[in-house]
Design a protein around this ligand. Structure first.
Ligand code: B12
Length: 226
């Protein structure tokens, strides 16, 4: 029997992350896809809501690292399936440009960055995801190797934030900065911070990343009204 995609469905999805129920999560994701759920909605209205709650509880000292890690594993399993589905949409389109994306040195958070990569790909970008804990040289080498139009850097941690500025400084030193747009994101990254370090834009979620990158690279496309 096909399930209904409604508020209750998204709440159940969020709960699988909060309760660390991997099998139930995978089942609900697959059932949802079969019933026609928009995969980005399943991430943002379902799984991300769950992990946000877990993050709040962790921040407040209500739960500890093992519970956080368990919830993150469930979230990762669910988003991996959904990311693949999101990417399929863009696989047959002409490329709007090439972007390198990675999480900066000192940070291993990769769920949000991978969602952004998938959504950019679905929207016609050629995306090279170089992973987590990426140092300056690896970012720079990847941009050179792929002759990229843009570089995306992610972090969820406050401590290594300045690594983003160090990458931008190195791009300036080697004469790369004017040729490559830089977009940054992750929960501690504000517009003010992006301006301060000389990034071209900040993306607050995956759709915003597409919007900002389109603007930077001069891509015009019809937009859904809010
Ligand atoms: C899941 C999680 C983990 C998982 C990560 C699993 C994984 N494979 O990614 C695990 C358990 C491993 C983990 C570890 C740690 N974590 Co953690 N984690 C989280 C949590 C709960 C959710 C993050 C997440 O996946 N969100 C869901 C995604 C979809 O959202 P997102 O990441 O924000 O991404 C969106 C936007 O930010 C944006 N975006 C993101 N990147 C980019 C990039 C670009 C270019 C653009 C345009 C946009 C963009 O678009 C995304 C999609 O909408 C957050 C709390 C929170 N609510 O953010 C804490 C949190 C980030 N973690 C925290 C901490 C402290 C840690 C640890 C240091 C804990 C420890 N003591 O070891 C370690 C980090 C170790 C390290 N060196 O990196 C703190 C950070 C505090 C701070 N300000 O520095 C937080 C805020 C929790 C808290 N409230 O205290 N964590």
């Amino acid at each position: 029997m096909s399930i209904e995609i409604n508020e209750e469905y998204f709440e159940k999805l969020a709960l699988t992350v909060i309760d660390g129920e991997e099998e139930e999560c995978i089942k609900l994701v697959n059932d949802g896809l079969e019933a026609g759920v928009d995969p980005l909605d399943a991430v943002e209205k379902g799984l991300a809501r769950g992990i946000d709650k877990v993050g709040e509880d962790f921040g407040a000292g209500i739960i500890f690292l093992p519970e956080l890690a368990m919830a993150a594993d469930v979230m990762k399993q669910g988003t991996a399936i959904l990311d693949e589905r999101i990417k399929e949409v863009g696989s047959t389109r002409l490329s709007h440009g090439k972007i390198i994306i990675g999480t900066i040195k000192g940070d291993i958070h990769d769920i949000g960055k991978s969602v952004v990569a998938a959504v950019l790909q679905a929207n016609g970008y050629d995306v090279v995801d170089i992973g987590i804990d990426i140092d300056i040289d690896t970012f720079i080498d990847a941009v050179k190797e792929h002759d990229a139009d843009a570089l995306g850097m992610s972090t969820l941690l406050t401590l290594p934030l300045m690594e983003m500025e160090n990458v931008i400084k190195r791009m300036q030193e080697i004469g790369m900065r004017d040729k490559v747009k830089v977009i940054v994101g992750g929960c501690p990254v504000t517009q003010e911070f992006a301006d301060e370090i000389g990034a071209d834009a900040v993306g607050f979620d995956a759709q915003d990343a597409v919007f900002k990158l389109d603007r930077l690279l001069g891509i015009n496309r019809p937009r859904k009204s809010a």
